[in-house]
Design a protein around this ligand. Sequence first.
Ligand SMILES: Cc1ncc(COP(=O)(O)O)c(C=O)c1O
Length: 439
Amino acid sequence: MQELNQIKPLSLERNATNELVLAGIKVSELAQHYGTPAYLLCEQTIRARAQAYRQAFEQEYPNHLVVYASKALNCLAMCKLIEQEGLGLDVVSEGELHTAIEASFPCERIIFHGNNKSRDEVKLALTNGVTLVLDNRTELAYIEELLKSDPELKAQVLIRITPGIECHTHDYIKTGKIDSKFGFNLEELDEIIERIKATDIHIRGLHAHIGSQIFETIPHKDTCKVLLELYKSIKEKHGLEFEDLNVGGGLGIMYTESDDPPEIFDWVKIITDAVKANCEELEVKQPRIMVEPGRSIVGPAGITVYKVGNIKDIPGVRKYVAVDGGMADNARPIMYQAEYTAEVDAKDPTTNLEKVTIAGKYCESGDVLIPEIELPQVEAGNLIVVYSTGAYNYSMASNYNRATKPSLVLVNKGQSHIIVQAETVDDLLRNDKLAPHLR
Ligand SMILES: Cc1ncc(COP(=O)(O)O)c(C=O)c1O
């Protein structure tokens, strides 16, 4: 299996004059053509990572469905790519589902998440044959009501539970923690299953998601065990044998050299081995395994290219290098103190280095993309590339300070295509209205 763990997209290179080249096109040309900042996506990396999941499962456990968590990045082109790679799609809102439907994504491969789905969202899912990840009693009541009002309608669900396992990067907490806004607590499960048994709703299985950007493998192994023990007790108590088992997403990626997530293949093997071993021990029929990776499919495929503007040197304190984007296009540093790696285009990355802070342009002191990084000396007009921005960057982008969202550009084999147009100020103003007394 190909080793895929790296900070940069697979097609990124530096040429003899130190220019960054993505899939055969100079990043400076892409910046010139699409403006800065711009999100650039390497198609080869997305496909390779999707294929790595598929191939690992084909080898280890053919009865599977890899469901791309589209909250990481959802747009028509992403849905098409994921569909072509044979994955399923996880959506969490009307907007994400509509995009998938518009992209003709097969609805039988879509699952719909959310802790507060509206009645309309539930209806949209059911009328399109989308599987719901049943999260709570309110949603269950919507489904019951919708099935009563339309006898033609069918409902399939995975029941989301909080398994008492929580994990973020290296922080693994197994506390039996029940303080989560998502899903049912284990104590409620028997009652919920009895209630569903009295309806025509089909329960496909259970779902748990334990966190994101996870480097440890034991938490997912433990999650498989907790879920399969429930499968055994549900079979005994309720006479139900589930066909699906969804262990969520969460595999981490490299944002910096010190990040060391498992390779996709190794992560898949941990899960499939755990499922096989627990099924054998507990005498439970092997279910279809579903996983929901988001970040680990699209994260390393993305880079953001910025132009350097003002440079503020405070001698003995700090040198700020301000770029023409920031927290509006990448909310992760200010939200989670997320770390990133950056490089300067057309400069030798090993000489003339100095420690700087890459600052955003938005009106928050905290709008800093990278607090401390060694970069070759830069001047206004240079291009800085921030790596691993494919996941949760465009999808979390905001219009803070009335910023317009940058273009999203797909790059492959010497070709580049806009897949989401940059917003313009007119796009923002289109939604503004003056109240009559202000005209
Ligand atoms: C239910 C669920 N599944 C999958 C994911 C995807 O996680 P990741 O992008 O870390 O793989 C998330 C992320 O928050 C999630 O909440």
